[in-house]
Design a protein around this ligand. Sequence first.
Ligand SMILES: Nc1nc2c(c(=O)[nH]1)N[C@H]1C(S)=C(S)[C@@H](COP(=O)(O)O)O[C@H]1N2
Ligand SMILES: [Mo]
Length: 524
Amino acid sequence: MSNNKTVLVRALWAALAGLVSGYAALAAAELVSAWVRPESGPLTAVGGGAIDRTPAAVKDWAIRNFGTNDKLVLQAGILVVIALLAMGLGVLSLRWRRIAAAGVALFGVVGAAAALERPDSESFSDAVPSLVGGLIGGVLLYVLAGLLTARPESRDADAGRAWDRRRFLVATGAAAVGGTVAGGVGRALNSSSARDAVASRAAVVLPRPVSTAPPVPAGAALRVPGVSPFTTPNRDFYRVDTALVVPKVTTGEWSLRIHGKGVRRELRLSFDDLLRRELIERDITLTCVSNEVGGPYVGNARWLGARLSELLAEAGVRPPSRGGTADQLVARSVDGMTLGSPVEDVMDGRDALLAVGMNGEPLPFEHGFPVRMLVPGLYGYVSACKWIEDIELTTFDAYDPYWVKRKWARKAPIKTQARIDTPKPFGRPKTGTVMVAGVAWAQHRGIDRVEIRVDDGPWQPADLAPEATRDTWRQWSFPWRAVPGTHTLTVRATDRTGETQTERRTRTVPDGASGWHSVVVTAD
Ligand SMILES: Nc1nc2c(c(=O)[nH]1)N[C@H]1C(S)=C(S)[C@@H](COP(=O)(O)O)O[C@H]1N2
Ligand SMILES: [Mo]
């Protein structure tokens, strides 16, 4: 073997040693996190820290491009970075064995710091998984690098090399197998702790509402293929949040505290307390501020929950218009998320809810089980706290919640929007009558008019399906007599305040996208 080749081969073995050490470190950390808590694992902690530091525009871009897969993409990215760093440290270990091993341990310290910094971290024990992982990974790399660099002394050179390489391979293989077992056991333990919450959710019996949802008029659901269904099934409902591990809380563990400025009687509610209240059922359309014009982050569901305004009144809270001192309600979730809503809006008579049910079942975990907040008319990030556990009354001056710290607006009513669901962009409908259809929303104001424009022609009124309530979206349709060629279809809506959607396109940051949705299709 030429000398260069020997060097290269050894570097590759060293890279493998680094990779296996890193792998075993992560696996050990995963196993330990099962005893501490699942969220304390380094991947979740570092990923969470990365999400919190991602600039609003990049986060928005990720949501837009990866949708609900944004978290998978992020974790895959982190794994690739860790793998590359580990291989680099492996190569380094050929020359500087102690330094490289210390480097691996240092990553454990980084993971531990990330875990302690998470908003839901309450104890130093969160640092343990990463520290143990880093220690194991460091020791492992030290040992493996030792086997790689050992000089066959008193023995005859060739035999010694073969012997050392075999020891190296056996040790590396054992570390890989051990890591896989530890990681597997850790995963299994972590998912069994979620099993309690799954059983708890399955045991929930939702009470009947004292006030059922206003009947949805016949005809609210158009019979046009391709239009979004009036009620979005739970499995299709969009999901936007920062949780890398979906919080799994049992109803028994859950409680909600209402406290803060202007609260005369602090409240603490258990899940049973909440179910014993008079629950109401309402159809409410929820929208994400990150929804682009024409985007998918809007859905309509039938929610069951307690009136938030009544609970606040029982706590002695008054809205600012009636002399209350707190103008901001900050909701906090079990994973440390904070969302701030105007107290005035929550108490102005609209159906602001502490919801427990979604489309006839307990909230799905992804959508906030056991309890979430909803305020008709406000974007999700200023109202719809999932996995809620705390409500604090404060002022907008005194506190900026999570998204506001990241350049989003303090107050964000949902902007009036219309979306073309069918035909799809670049669709090829047949000439003749083509049903153009979609949805329009202006929650809590209501939609009064939807108009369609073909190319640069005049605005023509679309047929509006009957309104369920002004908190829900409305379907619309327009029979378009399509002539051959490529055409641009544009839609715009007018809400009940008389305001027509502005043509001016804005980005989603800071308070939601504006502009008209259009699609280009070719009729032939
Ligand atoms: N705990 C928590 N609640 C949250 C969020 C979050 O990241 N964490 N995201 C909010 C945002 S931005 C939106 S748009 C809605 C989305 O609710 P959904 O995922 O049920 O559709 O939840 C809101 N509630
Ligand atoms: Mo959102």
